[in-house]
Design a protein around this ligand. Structure first.
Ligand code: FES
Length: 144
């Protein structure tokens, strides 16, 4: 019979390292769907410019669309004046919602609030919403 070359403490350390590794892998596997749910989709139209019919953006309303595969929003802040913003919250990446009665954006995840120019009104977002370039071309609002 061969003598046992591995001491009980070495065996215990090996098992603890293996359990830690397996536990870490399980934690990553379990958390990944939640991370993907909270992050905006990377897929979608990668066009550098998006044309939106002006009739879809009446004064005081907002129109959500996809810009380079990410949610964006255009609104008419005053007759003939359009603003386009990323709709991705700068806190943890949730999609902001337009609150027409209050004329501001609300992030449903942690109640971050943004003004119509994208600046932070309240809540945890550290930065304003990204401003997207807008030009007008006849009946079209061109973003990008
Ligand atoms: S993700 Fe928008 S406030 Fe936290």
């Amino acid at each position: 019979m061969e003598p046992n070359l591995v001491s009980p403490s070495q065996r215990r350390n090996f098992l603890m390292i293996m359990l830690g590794g397996v536990g870490s892998l399980l934690a990553v596997a379990a958390g990944w769907p939640l991370v993907r749910f909270l992050m905006p989709s990377d897929t979608g139209d990668a066009a550098s410019q998006v044309a939106i019919d002006r009739t879809l953006v009446t004064p005081g309303t907002a129109h959500l669309f996809q810009f380079q595969g990410r949610p964006a929003v255009v609104l008419q802040t005053a007759p003939g004046e359009f603003v386009a913003l990323s709709a991705v919250c700068t806190h943890l990446g949730c999609i902001v919602q337009w609150q027409e009665e209050e004329s501001q954006f609300l992030c449903p995840c942690h109640a971050g609030r943004f003004s119509t120019d994208g600046s932070v009104i309240s809540g945890p977002p550290p930065k304003p919403l990204e401003i997207l370039p807008v030009t007008l071309d006849g009946d079209q609002v061109l973003v990008g």
